[in-house]
Design a protein around this ligand. Structure first.
Ligand code: NAG
Ligand code: NAG
Length: 331
């Protein structure tokens, strides 16, 4: 069966929507018109972001929000291009936000600036601002990112104040630094909540930038499996189900998928391993990864459309009971 983003969004809308203060207000004049995006500055701050308002935006219908954080040395425009969250073909209903880092790095990367207001403060303030200006469903705010931006998605989840405002987290080739000694981050201490912390990670097995099994360099990166097991434990899950390879579903024999089922809620934690892929975002449309480091993209323009899977995970976790998440996604 082919599920369109639209039908899933309709499904997600059946959850109890929590309208933000911005509902009923006209779109501010500086903002993009529905179906487009624009570069903006957060008032009272020097931080910038790109805002995409989806074609179906309606001032009286609370919309989901997807944050998408760029990788180290990249920026918000490159992330918009990579993640395709502003592409109406994949996203008709969700507001997308692409925050820009201070100096090319996000908190947790040792090169990131840690002075307050830091990246967590910025994320928190940006979400508060958006909720005041646009009609947002505060129960459907999601965080995603690539590489350092993927690792930062985990930093958000680990912060009790900011993480509780996000319904689910997804990282692409996440760079998972040990944050225990990083000012303003520290050990992972998520707020307790009944819905738990749905968590998805995609990783190429031949990634040399953020190796799947971590590394021992001065700024050590942790093995991806340790992060997934941490979230499985936080969510009260057991071990993951057997790996699934299904080239009907994934359109390639090189992708394998693991799900963790947690206390009757299936697939709260999920992992996709892309054999023979590097630090690269597979896609059928060309993107910055292919252009800037084709050596990390041995799969070329592969048919596995990660952004579809990505969006779908985030949309489905907002449905009541998380039912059906353990079923591999259709393309
Ligand atoms: C979590 O983030 C908030 C908002 O940025 C910040 O005020 C707080 O200090 C952070 N908590 C920890 C334990 O770092
Ligand atoms: C692959 O997925 C399809 C569609 O869900 C299913 O019909 C088929 O049985 C699966 N194949 C395997 C080997 O799991």
């Amino acid at each position: 069966m082919r599920l369109t983003s639209l039908s899933l969004a309709a499904l997600a809308a059946s959850a109890n929507a929590a309208p933000s203060a911005g509902c009923g207000q006209a779109i501010p004049p500086k903002y993009p018109s529905p179906g487009s995006s624009t570069d903006l500055k957060l008032p009272g701050s020097d931080r910038r972001y790109i805002l995409y308002i989806p074609p179906n935006y309606d001032i009286n219908t609370p919309a989901p929000v997807y944050f998408s954080f760029h990788g180290a040395t990249k920026d918000m425009s490159e992330q918009e291009d990579l993640s395709q969250f502003s592409n109406p073909e994949f996203n008709q209903d969700g507001i997308a936000l692409y925050p820009n880092s201070k100096n090319g790095y996000w908190l947790s990367n040792p090169k990131a600036e840690t002075a307050r207001p830091n990246d967590l403060d910025f994320t928190n303030d940006l979400l508060t601002h958006m909720e005041a200006k646009l009609c947002i469903d505060t129960s459907r705010v999601y965080s995603a990112g690539k590489s350092n931006g993927g690792g930062f998605t985990g930093v958000i989840a680990c912060n009790a104040t900011v993480g509780r405002r996000f319904a689910a987290f997804a990282a692409v080739n996440g760079a998972w630094y040990n944050t225990d000694d990083i000012p303003g981050v520290g050990p992972c201490q998520p707020a307790q909540r009944e819905e738990g912390y749905p968590f998805l990670e995609f990783h190429g097995t031949t990634d040399t930038t953020a190796p799947i099994d971590g590394n021992d360099e001065a700024s050590a990166k942790l093995p991806v499996i340790d992060i997934l097991e941490l979230w499985a434990e936080n969510n009260g899950c057991g071990s993951h189900e057997p790996w699934v390879k299904n080239d009907t579903v994934f359109e390639t024999p090189l992708v394998k998928h693991a799900v963790w089922n947690c206390g009757g809620r299936d697939g709260v934690v999920q992992h996709y391993r892309e054999g023979e892929n590097g630090h690269c975002w597979p896609s059928t449309v060309t993107n910055d990864d292919y252009e800037s480091h084709p050596d990390q993209c041995p799969l070329g323009k592969y048919v596995f459309q990660r952004y579809r899977v990505h969006l779908r995970f985030l949309q489905r976790v907002s449905t009541p009971g998380l039912k059906g998440l353990g079923v591999p996604f259709t393309s």
